[in-house]
Design a protein around this ligand. Structure first.
Ligand code: HXC
Length: 510
């Protein structure tokens, strides 16, 4: 009997060694942790339960029948993060470069299916040379099975991808189908076609880092939602994000104890908006001052900085935040900002996370590059996302809400539930100067008349009161009591019921 038990231990020890000491050393030398070390940091101590530790590939070509590593290059299972369950897979680069065989894919599919059945998120730690070259189409079939499960799981359980090494070719499409992608700086990259092929086909000379490193994907392509300096920081931040997320689309948002006064008055907010409407201020300051303990998890921090997206907690409950940022492009909406915010609104709505929108937007960014780039379609994405969302929606207009951008940024007319404005709000088709230049073109040579027209327009529209008279703003509130008002609004909306008309699915302007 003891022999059999010893055998199990020996088999487990062998599996835990992955591709062996030499390859583990090579992994460490690159500043990367192994798959198992990563899972240890991601999950609560002793919570990891592994599946399929002894699975082996079944290929025989190219001498593969003599090359076997138990587990076949991916560690799968489940565990907990601060006591809440999650399914996980971590590709093991020390085994065939973490490449994906048919059996490797089957292991991932198994945890994906368990995640959907059991209503828990799935976190994938990607570190792979792509399709197992020796397996040909079998590996491609395996990838596509994973993609299909990514698609089915979308909107059912949160899916998080962390890129911690190579991710090349069609392999990038599994992360791309998930809700969030995070990368590790200097050790991860994602591209469809690598630098060598690029050089041959297009004559472009570019490094892997330039083509698909963390900087590229967080600042230019927006493929990634964030980047971290090393494996340890990445895994700690994923734990932090996980705490904000519901386990599935029916579980409701997590609520946890908070140590912040629910009606905290913040007098500094009374002077956040400068007297001069052309002077910017940092909207992040408002987000942080509203949040429980100032904790804001920002998504896509380095892309389309004219809009802020992320998660905070209010009275312990997760809330998704979308906020114009006047510090960048005066807070204008453009194609990138619209896409970024639309995606966040849709994630929140899919997982029943209430949405707080903070508005200071002088309009859509004008210009040929925006028009040629399809700002009409991209802006429509945000409009569609807000209008489709049935979760509680609370909006606070701090300053400008002009033109089409007013219509897009969660107004009453897109089924906003509680819409507040600060006394500094200006809700109008456009600014007073622009309006005068159009309405009173013939008087423009007369400075006195022009000044009078501007003053007239300002008095009529550049305040929240015209909108408040019409009921488009539920209440004009004091900036210093915004946290209390917003908290009360979300408390009121806790049992909100709203359903869209039945349809197979809508046709989001993609
Ligand atoms: C089988 C692979 C492999 C692969 C790496 N290895 N990639 N084995 N299939 N795709 C093995 C290597 O043979 C080596 O084995 C070990 O993994 C480590 O690889 P190295 O090359 O030594 O590591 P490194 O120098 O760090 O380079 C990593 C790499 C490189 C950049 C990922 O290995 C590479 O270019 N691999 C091929 C990438 C690729 O073209 N993949 C197919 C993409 S197309 P030993 O035994 O020496 O340790 C694709 C299609 C998906 O994925 C389509 C989905 C629809």
């Amino acid at each position: 009997m003891s022999d059999i038990l010893d055998q199990l231990d020996a088999r487990r020890d062998e599996a835990r060694l992955g591709g062996g000491e030499r390859r583990i050393d090579a992994q460490h030398a690159k500043g990367k942790l192994t798959a198992r070390e990563r899972l240890e940091l991601l999950l609560d101590p002793d919570s990891f339960e592994e599946f399929d530790m002894f699975v082996k590939h079944r290929s025989t070509d190219f001498g593969m029948d003599n090359k076997h590593f138990p587990g076949d290059g991916v560690v799968t299972g489940w565990g907990t993060i601060n006591g809440r369950k999650t399914f996980v897979y971590a590709q093991d680069f020390t085994v065939f470069g973490g490449s994906l065989s048919k059996t490797h894919a089957q292991k991932i599919c198994k945890v994906q299916e368990m995640a959907m059945k059991n209503g828990a998120p799935i976190i994938g730690l990607n570190d792979s040379g792509g399709a197992r070259i020796q397996e040909g189409v079998e590996a491609l079939a395996g990838y596509t099975d994973v993609f299909q499960n990514n698609i089915l799981a979308s909107g059912v359980v949160p899916q998080i991808s962390v890129i911690m090494g190579p991710s090349a070719g069609g392999a990038v499409y599994s992360p791309a189908l998930t809700d969030f992608i995070f990368m590790v700086r200097d050790s991860s990259y994602m591209f469809l076609t690598g630098p060598d092929v690029l050089k041959t086909v297009t004559n472009e000379v570019v490094t892997a880092e330039e083509l698909g490193g963390a900087k590229t994907h967080t600042t230019k392509s927006s493929v990634a939602d964030g980047a971290f300096d090393n494996d340890m920081e990445a895994l700690a931040e994923i734990r932090r994000l996980f705490d904000f997320l519901p386990l599935n689309n029916r579980a409701g948002t997590p609520t946890r104890p908070f140590f912040d006064q629910h009606d905290r008055i913040d007098n500094s907010l009374n002077t956040l908006v400068p007297d001069n409407p052309n002077i910017p201020y940092d909207m992040k300051e408002l987000v942080e001052k509203l949040a429980d303990e100032g904790d804001f998890f920002e998504i896509q921090r380095d892309f389309a900085k004219n809009i802020l997206c992320g998660f905070i907690r209010l009275e312990g409950q997760t809330v998704g935040v979308i906020a114009n940022q006047p510090m960048v492009l005066a807070g204008c909406l453009d194609s990138d900002a619209s896409r970024k915010a639309a995606r966040h609104v849709r994630f929140c709505d899919a997982f029943e996370i209430p949405i707080l929108t903070l508005v200071d937007v002088p309009g859509f960014l004008p210009g040929t590059s925006q028009e040629f780039g399809g700002v009409i379609k991209h802006g429509a994405k945000l409009l569609y996302a807000y209008g489709e969302a049935t979760v509680p929606k609370v909006t606070v207009i701090t300053r400008k809400a002009y033109g089409g951008a007013y219509c897009v940024m969660a107004p009453k007319h897109l089924r906003g539930d509680i819409n507040y404005a600060w006394p500094t709000a200006q809700i109008a088709v456009m600014g007073a100067k622009g309006a005068t230049e159009i309405l009173h073109r013939k008087d423009l040579d007369d400075a006195e008349k022009t000044a009078a027209h501007i003053a007239d327009y300002e008095e009529k529209f550049l305040s929240p009161f015209r909108a408040a008279e019409l009921g488009y703003i539920d209440e004009v509130i004091q900036p210093h009591s915004t946290r209390r008002r917003v908290n009360r609004a979300f408390a009121l909306l806790k049992d909100k019921q709203l359903q869209n008309p039945w349809k197979k699915h809508g046709n989001l302007p993609l």
